[in-house]
Design a binder for this molecule. Structure first.
Ligand SMILES: [Ca+2]
Length: 523
């Protein structure tokens, strides 16, 4: 606000009155003592200045737009191809998520920071690569193979600044519901990491207490428990909706982190029945063979979506998303609320019931192939995103913190890895050359210990047992079936060098020898 603009906002009558009185004073100067007159003139001038200052202040506050609310939907283990918006042939119905995509921006090349859970959740909370704190596997996954895994830090360190803390300091009301999986004891739980309210977030990575997805939930952080017959995604959505309505008159952050659609595979009976019937009409081979890290046998991978229970879980989650989105409308805050929808890792395709297919993406949860890391990413930012737009910018979980912080006008004065997505949300491109993944672990799903770097259309995967690399052109080969490393030695050398520089930058750790065992490869 410029000085003259503020001055113009002083009402004419206020100015005229002051000016008239000043003129009157000047013409009467002769009849009073000089001191007296000077004091009176000064008094009127002070009045003018005070009016001007008041105008500046009031115009500043009226010009300042309200801080936007933020709603984040994080779905556990939801694959890129599990929503209709990304997959027109999707077996599962996701009308509310698809409608959200139509009203905002959908990203085709959005990623999770890691192929499994806790590291991605750490990245979403902090804006940093999980490797910086050795949070490189789900907490506390320490499975070994030919070698021992890299050391794992299985708590989100207490000195990290979470997006909830950053917004809370800005005056936001902050709410968390669902799965947390970022620490083993209460000091690490959401209520101690920036959230005013925590419904159900604790140390476990799934709904493993009580009747699991159906009440009683017996979740130690969810009181009171639900009446019998309640379904977990619906309970979490109702609590989120209630929080939104109670806080509609002030800025808020609502982080709904579904336990769905993670195992145990349990669906609402009416939905299971619906999809069982539909599954009978789906023909074709359901499974194929994938390479794996354990033994010499190939691993089974699902290549056809037709799992009725999983489908029921996806649809119930979508219904819960719809309930929260409807509350934004009913509370009159939809036009000032940023909605973000994403997942923490790829769809589960190679273990624990093999419930979904990520085809044409290779692999799934626990793998560095696209099936393990490419995610649904939708952002609706009223006034910024254009409805129904699609962006192919490469984005990652690390970008949530800076994007939300920037929207909430929070100054970020500590180092993070993510970038503000605002240019992409406005339809432009991002200033980013590389994205990195680092997974020095033997996944429960058969995935290999390794790392990956993506630059433009190219993705390089480096294996940690023996240092082998693979290069794929994702534009021509999204299924990563055609390794072109041998044809592009220069590109391989450059991407590998940048990956190795990044290892140094984030102090990456690698596989360890077993007692008296062979020494693993090191970069
Ligand atoms: Ca997960």
């Amino acid at each position: 606000m410029k000085f003259h603009e503020a001055r113009n906002q002083i009402t004419h009558s206020q100015f005229e009155k002051s000016e008239q009185k000043a003129i009157l004073l000047i013409t009467n100067l002769n009849s009073c003592s000089i001191l007296n007159k000077t004091m009176k003139i000064l008094g009127y001038l002070i009045t003018c200045v005070a009016l001007l200052l008041a105008a500046i202040l009031s115009s500043c506050s009226s010009e300042q737009p309200t801080l936007p609310n933020v709603v984040v939907f994080l779905v556990d283990d939801l694959g890129y191809m599990d929503i209709g918006a990304n997959n027109p042939d999707c077996f599962y119905e996701t009308p509310h998520i698809d409608a959200l995509a139509k009203s905002g921006m959908r990203f085709t090349d959005g990623y999770a920071a890691n192929p499994v859970c806790s590291p991605t959740r750490y990245a979403l909370m902090t804006g940093k690569y999980p490797t910086r704190v050795d949070a490189t596997n789900f907490f506390s996954g320490k499975r070994s193979g030919k070698f021992n895994p890299a050391p794992l830090n299985d708590n989100m360190p207490l000195d990290e600044i979470t997006i909830a803390q950053a917004l809370k300091e800005k005056g936001y009301a902050t709410f968390f519901a669902g799965k947390w999986h970022l620490g083993e004891s209460e000091e690490y739980y959401p209520q101690n990491r920036g959230f005013d309210i925590n419904v159900g977030g604790h140390t476990r990575g799934g709904p493993y207490t009580g009747n699991k997805y159906f009440s009683p939930f017996e979740n130690p952080q969810m009181t009171p428990d639900s009446p019998e017959g309640d379904h977990l995604p619906d309970r979490l959505a109702r609590d989120t909706a209630a929080f939104i309505d109670q806080n509609k008159d002030q800025p808020f952050l609502a982080y709904l982190s579904f336990y769905s659609v993670h195992t145990p595979l349990m669906g609402r009976p009416d939905l299971v029945e619906k999809y069982e019937e539909r599954a009978t009409k789906i023909k074709g081979p359901e499974f194929a063979a994938e390479e794996q890290i354990y033994g010499d046998e190939p691993r089974r991978v699902r290549i056809l979506q037709k799992h009725a229970v999983y489908a029921a879980m996806v649809e119930a989650m979508d219904e819960a998303v719809g309930k929260v989105l409807q509350q934004l409308e009913d509370s009159g805050v939809a036009d000032n609320t940023i909605v973000i929808f994403t997942s923490d890792n790829g769809g589960l395709a190679t273990s624990e019931g093999l419930p979904t297919s990520n085809l044409p993406l290779r692999g799934g949860k626990g793998w560095l192939y696209e099936g393990g890391i490419r995610e649904p990413w939708i952002i609706r930012y009223p006034g910024v995103t254009e409805a129904g737009t699609i962006s192919s910018e490469q984005i990652s979980s690390i970008d949530l913190f800076p994007t939300v912080a920037s929207a909430a006008r929070v100054e970020v004065d500590h180092d993070i890895d993510g970038i503000d997505l605002a240019p992409a949300l406005q339809g432009g491109s991002l200033d980013r050359s590389s994205l990195f993944w680092h997974y020095p672990h033997y996944s429960n799903q058969g995935g290999i210990p390794g790392a990956a770097i993506r630059e433009g259309d190219y993705k390089l995967i480096e294996r940690f047992e023996d240092g082998r690399v693979h290069l794929y052109n994702l534009k021509e080969d999204i299924g990563e079936l055609n390794d072109i490393a041998a044809k592009h030695p220069d590109r391989v050398a450059k991407m590998r060098a940048r990956l190795h520089d990044w290892y140094e930058e984030v102090d990456a750790k690698f596989l360890q020898p077993k007692d008296d065992g062979p020494t693993p490869w090191l970069p």
